[in-house]
Write a protein that binds this ligand. Structure first.
Ligand code: SAH
Length: 350
């Protein structure tokens, strides 16, 4: 059987071609597009399309091809973690968080990840494949539909390294920003990278003013390369010069993510070294008390230690926030997402 066409993978002109090749008038593509981005991913719900057209769509097309295999709600804060089944049987997780300013969707960009950061659960089983634009878009649309509410922010901080799937990620960011899709403004879109230097430099030239986060986690090369293999390929001095080049070219502030691990990167000396890196630069530090990952020994310091680390940064004039952890009771917090939640999916199927 030929594979179904993923309509969410198409830009509007391509969708128009697909629609005309099914024997429909070109304007039908606009109608279809409108339904898709309203979160109606089931052709039967597209009530202004003829039954015959809907049947043709169902036979040869799909909209992302995702199904919600599991859904868990945090008793702590209402964060929802979704386990999505992909058309080829793979699984990814995404998280929907509620903030004062609206709903923020944290989506996955790859099935697994090959970056190998030791403190991150997403890395532990390696990379299977990149997600398509359609699959990334569908994560957002399913969550929007499920919440029954507009999604105001999208962060590419789920499973995967966004810059290892560069082309699709760029197309996704452009797609989400369009006024005839979800119209999410650039400053409400965030990409996070573990430090792929050539991609940071390339991204600086794209003219797409979204937020960029860089997962730093250590203020020295010696420390960073202990847990992040990417640091061996692109050492800290190279990474930092790419970051400053990005700031210079875009005029945009960079956010450094720093997961605080007790006894590893959380001493006052580490804070002072981080302050030296950031001093007089257009940047901001986001401190994340490390989330425990089964099979690793990384643990959080005390609240006082975390606050002490933040204080040192602030005394040095560096803007630093401590990230409020959402969804940690359902393993939906930073670094806790995985692609091996078969156990849960299996439970659903019984
Ligand atoms: N690969 C990208 C996108 C993942 S974003 C990146 O590395 O930036 C997820 C963020 O959570 C990253 O900053 C990541 O380093 C961080 N993270 C990973 N494991 C974590 C853990 N156990 N506790 C807290 N943060 C973690």
């Amino acid at each position: 059987m030929p594979e179904k066409i993923d309509l969410l993978d198409l830009e509007l002109p391509e969708l128009t071609d697909a629609v005309t090749s099914l024997g429909e008038k070109p304007f039908r593509a606009r109608q279809l597009w409108k339904w898709l981005y309203a979160g109606v991913l089931d052709f039967d719900g597209m009530t202004d399309l003829s039954a015959a057209f809907r049947a043709k769509l169902a036979a040869g097309c799909m909209a992302g091809g995702l199904c919600i295999a599991d859904r868990q709600v945090s008793a702590q804060d209402g964060t929802v973690k979704y386990l999505f089944g992909l058309i080829d049987g793979n699984l990814v997780e995404s998280v929907l968080m509620r903030y004062r300013y609206g709903l923020s969707a944290c989506i996955s960009t790859q099935v697994g990840c090959r970056m190998g950061c030791e403190f991150c659960a997403s890395s532990h089983l390696g990379l299977v494949r990149n997600l398509t634009v359609g699959e990334m878009t569908a994560q957002v649309l399913h969550m929007m539909k499920d919440a029954g509410e507009r999604i105001s922010h999208v962060v590419l901080m789920g499973i995967g390294e966004p810059f290892d799937n560069y082309g699709n990620v760029l197309a996704l960011l452009r797609r989400l920003n369009r006024e005839d899709t979800l119209e999410i403004s650039h400053r409400k879109l965030t990409v996070s990278t573990c430090g792929m230097v050539p991609a940071i430099l390339r991204f600086a030239e794209e003219g797409i003013p979204v937020n960029l986060s860089v997962s730093l986690h250590a203020p020295t090369q010696a420390l960073r390369e202990q847990t992040m293999p990417v640091a061996k390929k692109w050492p800290l001095p190279e990474l930092l010069s790419a970051c400053w080049k990005y700031v210079e070219l875009t005029g945009r502030r960079i956010t450094f993510e720093y997961a605080l691990v007790r006894g590893w990167n959380d001493s006052p000396e580490h804070a002072a070294a981080l302050a030296d890196i950031c001093r007089n630069r257009l940047c901001h530090v986001n401190l994340i008390p490390v989330n425990p990952i089964p099979g690793t020994s990384f643990s959080q310091g005390t609240t006082a230690a975390v606050q002490g680390f933040q204080r040192i940064l602030e005394e040095n004039g560096i803007a630093a926030t401590i990230r409020r952890e959402l969804g940690s009771d359902i393993e939906a917090a930073c670094g806790q997402l995985r692609r091996d939640t078969m156990r849960q999916a299996g439970k659903e199927q019984q």
